[in-house]
Design a binder for this molecule. Structure first.
Ligand SMILES: C[S@@+](CC[C@H](N)C(=O)[O-])C[C@H]1O[C@@H](n2cnc3c(N)ncnc32)[C@H](O)[C@@H]1O
Length: 277
């Protein structure tokens, strides 16, 4: 099995749309024309879900004529949110074909089919011309990418001079390696974590200026505690993307992640940078 197959096999298990429709119906939502709010627990497939997407959007200046790139766009929740928030065009690219199909389908259902495009492809060789985009973001994707230098250089190629890049990802902390599975990998073979400092240096040497760098372990742990309280009171956890995508493997993946964060073995980070001319 190639590296790419390990990644796509981990995420694309088939029948995702059917499972999502069943989950929406169980929530009492209209699965034929779901609102962004109804989709939000499922379609932001990264730590803290919509809460994190929306915090990132708050740090950006985006105009309606801008064209953004979503690298590793998943089933499209962040792209739909950016369009909803800023009125801009967004193009997503993702290695998992099933995610691209579901992303297109859901975007059509919420009436955003014309503004959003989802390409099936590899972030290391994107089918876009140089200097195509005004800004780019990548949420919880780089952990599947071994060659971070090639990843950053390819992003730089397709960004206009001065365009911004946001990366939100899980970095390596201290102490022993995390336990698997985690939401992004079934085993260490598909997981490639850099330390926060390696990430900063890698971006700088690929031609980005780091403008803002923060770790969000406190936010992650608080979100986890709030979710557990809701579940203890009989409610559904507010973020259900991992459960939707990994089904029976979700519980272990989430437990390993939250233990990894609380023990400092992994650290969620968010970086805002700008492409140098
Ligand atoms: C944890 S999901 C995050 C999805 C989305 N960014 C979100 O936050 O909802 C990671 C995504 O990265 C994609 N991915 C991993 N390696 C990739 C690569 N080399 N090129 C493009 N996409 C990739 C996976 O297919 C998966 O959809």
């Amino acid at each position: 099995m190639s590296g790419d197959d390990k990644v796509t096999g981990h995420y694309g298990r088939g029948k995702l749309l059917e499972r999502l429709e069943a989950a929406l119906a169980e929530d009492g939502a209209d699965s034929a024309r779901p609102s962004l709010e109804a989709l939000a627990p499922y379609d932001h497939f990264h730590g803290r879900g919509l809460e994190a997407t929306s915090e990132i959007a708050d740090t950006l200046e985006v105009a309606p004529h801008h064209h953004l790139l979503d690298i590793g766009s998943g089933i499209g929740g962040p792209a739909r949110w950016m369009h909803h928030r800023f009125g801009c065009r967004v193009t997503g690219i993702d290695l998992t074909a099933e995610f691209c199909d579901v992303a297109r389908h859901l975007s059509g259902r919420v009436g955003m089919g014309d503004a959003l495009r989802f390409e099936h492809g590899d972030a290391l060789a994107m089918p876009f011309a140089e200097a195509s985009f005004d800004g780019a973001y990548s949420m919880n994707v780089s952990m599947n990418i071994a060659d971070k230098g090639a990843f950053y250089r390819e992003i730089r190629r397709v960004l206009k001079a001065g365009a911004w890049l946001v990366l939100s990802e899980i970095a390596r902390g201290s102490g022993p390696e995390i336990d698997y599975p985690v939401p992004w990998a079934a085993s260490a073979e598909a997981s490639f974590l850099s330390t926060p400092e390696e990430t900063r240096r890698g971006l700088e040497s690929a031609g980005f200026e780091v403008l803002r760098f923060r770790t969000t372990e406190k936010e992650a742990l608080e979100f986890g505690a709030r979710s557990r309280e809701i579940v203890a009171r009989g409610g559904k956890p507010p973020h259900r993307a991992v459960i939707l995508i990994h089904a029976e493997g979700a519980r272990a993946a989430m437990a390993n992640t939250s233990r990894g964060v609380s023990e400092g073995r992994i650290v969620p980070i968010e970086i805002l940078s700008r492409r140098r001319p």
